[in-house]
Design a protein around this ligand. Structure first.
Ligand code: SF4
Ligand code: SF4
Length: 323
């Protein structure tokens, strides 16, 4: 068994306090590293792999070069064009980040124990109680570190916390079911309903996700659905209609469906990780298209349908104001 499957520790990207979009009330969202999918439009490419990854922030660097001598693998070179990170050599040990005074080098992902994460989450109990909130396990996808995610959810529940699972739903059935069983709410992504496109744009088959979703629909568990609206990928009327039909026919406990408009705030993340962003030239969604998709989504009969994100027109207006 790999260390990542051990239940008592795992790789955590971030613990975000005072979240308000990842379930009801005020919540703490725990982002685990690792995801089985490779969505072309991913906003969190740093969550794909389990290994900790080094990133460098040009605007914070004062050129002190402490990181270069601290690196035991000689993985860093500071050039006139910026820091070059040899990712084949780097093992994410963090020595570079620990000697950088302004925090220009950061290691994304750190191994933490269930005890440690739980203690941090419990700090905000008073806010959860007052707001009807709790804790959300997100990622990446928590299913990628099944053992750790399972133990975290069990521990949170042993303290009486409301738990939400934010997932793309791709996993063995028994693992999906075990995490759902320990969650009070499931936030499930449904992105693309055409199998060939799903495979092409997310890197994995659709069928296991729909199988898990169908099982979920037969449980007495509240569900929120999330659909990224990516022009040219997921924004067709057909796609939203098919998701609406799937929800209506298979997921009677869906309380809310969020349409998440594409944005490009993640571009700098892709650049810092030396990864090409397939959606760099993808346009933002237009107001008319979003209104049309919202109307189409009503066919699901879900009572609460929301959308968020920046539209093409809003961005044009900001640019106009800046000129
Ligand atoms: S994380 Fe460790 S191996 Fe990687 S660049 Fe920093 S010091 Fe070198
Ligand atoms: S499921 Fe989410 S985290 Fe994983 S690749 Fe897709 S968008 Fe990124």
């Amino acid at each position: 068994m790999s260390p990542e499957n051990l239940a008592n520790s795992g790789i955590v990207l971030n613990v975000q306090r005072f979240s308000t979009e990842d379930g009801p009330g005020i919540r703490t969202t725990v982002f685990l590293k690792g995801c089985s999918l490779r969505c072309d439009w991913c906003q969190n490419p740093e969550s794909w792999t389990l290994v900790p990854q080094v990133v460098w922030y040009k605007d914070r660097c004062i050129g002190a070069r402490h990181c270069l001598s601290a690196c035991p693998k000689q993985a860093l070179t500071l050039t006139s064009r910026g820091m070059v990170i040899d990712r084949k050599r780097c093992d994410g040990c963090g020595s570079c980040a620990s000697v950088c005074p302004p925090g220009a080098i950061e290691v994304l992902g750190v191994r933490r124990t269930v005890d440690d994460v739980t203690a941090e989450v419990l700090r905000d109990c008073v806010f959860y109680e007052q707001s009807g909130g709790g804790v959300t396990l997100s990622g990446g996808d928590p299913l990628f570190q099944f053992g750790f995610a399972h133990e975290l959810l069990r521990r949170f529940r042993s303290h009486g916390l409301h738990t939400a699972l934010d997932t793309a739903g791709y996993a063995k059935q028994e693992q999906f079911q075990a995490l759902v069983d320990n969650s009070n709410l499931v936030l499930l992504d449904l992105k693309l309903m055409e199998p060939t496109q799903h495979q092409a744009f997310t890197g994995i088959p659709l069928e296991p996700i729909l199988r898990n979703a169908t099982w979920l629909g037969a449980q007495s568990k509240p569900i929120w659905i999330r659909t990224p609206i990516i022009p040219g990928f997921t924004d067709s009327t057909d796609n939203i209609k098919t998701i609406a039909t799937f929800i209506r026919e298979n997921l009677p406990r869906v309380e809310r469906w969020d349409l998440l408009g594409f944005n490009k705030l993640c571009i700098s993340k892709w650049q810092r990780l030396d990864m090409p962003f397939a959606c760099a030239d993808t346009p933002l969604v237009s107001i008319d298209q979003m209104a049309h998709l919202m109307e189409t989504a009503r066919e699901s009969l879900v009572s609460r349908i929301t959308w968020s994100g920046v539209t093409r027109e809003a961005m044009a207006s900001v640019q106009h104001q800046l000129e």
